[in-house]
Design a protein around this ligand. Structure first.
Ligand code: KIV
Length: 280
């Protein structure tokens, strides 16, 4: 069995100039396949609110939803570092709540680290969580839980003021002790600059090749989530089309009597059946 990838390996990878790979997963089979493929880390993202539960955004996801899916993912993973997302309002409303909820993801869910969104405003929560021994991953740039403030899914950090804020927040998070930062939808030159200035790895999503690693949403790369196709992602397969074809083939074969065949059925001794027919 391969050695487990840990938060320490995140740091080592950056030092050695090796790119870190991270994919989201929300269930046992997907997590198992991605782990077998060799991805370094699996994020049980609160993106599950949209791509699995069908909400419009991530703000409806609860801590119970997260624990349920983190448990399933952890059952399928042997090597990758599993990071559990802290959902909207499970932090940022007091240190006690943040530590309690981060602890639930670790203890009940079984993941090895948590991720939460935001900069200076959540630094005290982050410090409190880390002080209990839970590794924290930061998330800056476009932070989906603040969609109602951003007014939609928009790149961040294009003005001097917002670029400065993202840079300063990244330094604050590093000082607070996060082991890595996700940088979402930030102009690629800014993301490369921030990555070069930090000692901890920057994992980009929509932030260009200059980051220390990349994270993508499983349902986007697989072509399963078809409501919205983000510019920053890449569809590596069209599993959605394959699923649809499998379902239409099943429907047509069942209606036409092609499925099931004897191969898909169980047998009973003819004598037993005859006996039953006589009895009833
Ligand atoms: O929830 C999620 O999937 C995420 C990624 C977009 C990084 O936070």
């Amino acid at each position: 069995m391969n050695k487990k990838f840990t938060t320490v390996d995140f740091k080592k990878a950056k030092e050695n100039g090796e790119k870190i790979t991270m994919l989201t997963a929300y269930d046992y089979p997907t997590a198992k396949i991605f782990d077998e493929a060799g991805v370094d880390s699996i994020l049980v993202g609160d993106s599950l609110g949209m791509v699995v539960l069908g909400y419009e955004d991530t703000t409806k996801v609860t801590i119970e939803d997260m624990i349920h899916h983190i448990k399933a993912v952890c059952r399928g993973v042997k090597r990758a570092l599993v990071v559990g997302d802290m959902p909207f309002l499970s932090y940022g409303i007091g240190k006690y709540e943040s530590v309690k909820n981060a602890g639930r993801l670790i203890r009940e869910g079984g993941c090895s680290a948590v991720k939460l969104e935001g900069g200076g405003q959540v630094v005290e929560d982050i410090k409190a969580i880390i002080s209990t021994g839970i590794p924290v991953m930061g998330h800056l740039g476009y932070t989906p839980q603040s969609i109602n403030i951003f007014g939609g899914h928009k790149a961040q950090g294009k003005t001097l003021e917002t670029a400065r804020k993202i840079y300063r927040d990244a330094l604050l998070l590093q000082q607070a002790g996060v082991f890595a930062i996700v940088l979402e939808c930030v102009p690629y030159k800014l993301a490369a600059f921030i990555s070069s200035r930090l000692d901890i790895p920057v994992i980009g999503i929509g932030s260009g090749a200059g980051c220390d690693g990349q994270v993508l949403v499983a349902h986007d790369i697989l072509g399963v989530y078809r409501d919205f196709s983000p510019k920053h992602s890449k569809k590596y397969a069209d599993v959605g089309d394959i699923m649809k074809k499998a379902a239409t083939d099943f429907i047509s074969e069942t209606k036409n009597g092609v499925f099931p065949t004897e191969k898909n059925s169980f047998i009973i001794d003819d004598d037993i059946l005859e006996q039953l027919k006589k009895e009833v």
